[in-house]
Write a protein that binds this ligand. Structure first.
Ligand code: TYC
Length: 101
């Protein structure tokens, strides 16, 4: 960026911009939450299509956990909270955690 300094010279100023840290929302498996409920949550909260949502759900079911998406911290925490709140309203024990990438 060109600026006018005290000697009236045009100089270039370097502006250092840090990329925001990114956080994964990780969904955990349990024995009780219905598979179709997890697929619905992945579609509604994480905007996955049905095929991708089913594939992520099966990964979680088979491997114990899976990544739903990667976001800046405030968005990751909001989505994790939405998942748990919606699960509790429906009396499912579904859990999420937020993990720095
Ligand atoms: N294991 C659950 C079942 O057999 C399905 C499930 C998948 C639950 C993913 C939670 O994050 C989860 N009904």
């Amino acid at each position: 960026m060109a600026i006018n300094n005290e000697n009236n010279l045009l100089t270039k100023e370097k502006i250092k911009l840090e990329k925001p840290s990114m956080y994964a929302v990780i969904m955990l498996n349990d024995d009780y939450t219905p598979m179709e409920f997890v697929i619905y949550v992945l579609q509604s909260v994480f905007k996955k299509n049905y095929e991708d949502a089913k594939s992520i759900m099966l990964t979680i079911h088979n491997e114990g956990k899976g990544i739903c998406g990667v976001f800046p911290l405030d968005i990751a925490e909001t989505k994790a909270n939405q998942v748990v709140e919606f699960a509790r309203i429906n009396q499912h024990p579904l859990e999420c955690k937020v993990q720095k990438q």
